[in-house]
Write a protein that binds this ligand. Structure first.
Ligand SMILES: [Zn+2]
Length: 170
């Protein structure tokens, strides 16, 4: 279970003074950034992709700084778990049916795919995720618990908007 927050662009984020992953003393900042594409501008011969980027640094201990770094590729995956599993299933089925792929190399693909799933599950449960950058706020999520409650209080996220706890705009 994760708690979703809507953080305004004009506000600095306040963090509880400890590691987001384990609650121990923090001595590093882990940086997460997210780019959301919001429009295409069509011209006669080309188009511009319009996007917004938000970079967020959050406190971690030494150990989780390393783990968060290793799991960075997974933090960029913003798709539901079932969709990831379906895609991997199709990929493995394709590997089995393909006549050009050696059967002996398939075992490596199984290993790589299970690592992807384990990494995804691990990250999904523990770290900070930045989901979307909209015109006026950024959607992030934190695992449910004491840390998320404290984060909500520190940042005045007290307006419920769908699944989001929205930060006050003053
Ligand atoms: Zn930690």
């Amino acid at each position: 279970m994760r708690i979703y927050f809507g953080i305004r662009h004009n506000k600095e984020i306040q963090w509880p003074d400890r590691c987001l992953w384990c609650g121990n003393k923090s001595d590093k900042w882990h940086i997460v950034s997210k780019k959301s594409i919001y429009d295409f501008e069509y011209r006669v011969f080309w188009y511009n992709i319009l996007s917004r980027i938000r970079t967020i640094a959050y406190p971690v201990c030494k150990k989780h700084d390393i783990i968060a770094f290793i799991l960075t590729p997974f933090s960029r995956i913003d798709i539901p778990f079932w969709a990831l599993c379906t895609a991997i299933g199709f990929f493995l089925a394709f590997m089995h049916l393909s006549p050009v792929i050696e059967q002996s190399t398939i075992i490596w693909w199984y290993l790589i795919c299970s690592l992807i799933i384990v990494g995804f599950l691990f990250f999904d449960r523990r770290g900070l995720q930045v989901h979307k950058v909209t015109e006026r706020f950024t959607v992030i999520s934190i695992p449910d618990g004491e840390y998320a409650t404290e984060f909500g209080l520190l940042n005045n996220c007290n307006t419920i908007d769908g699944r989001l706890l929205m930060q006050q705009d003053n």
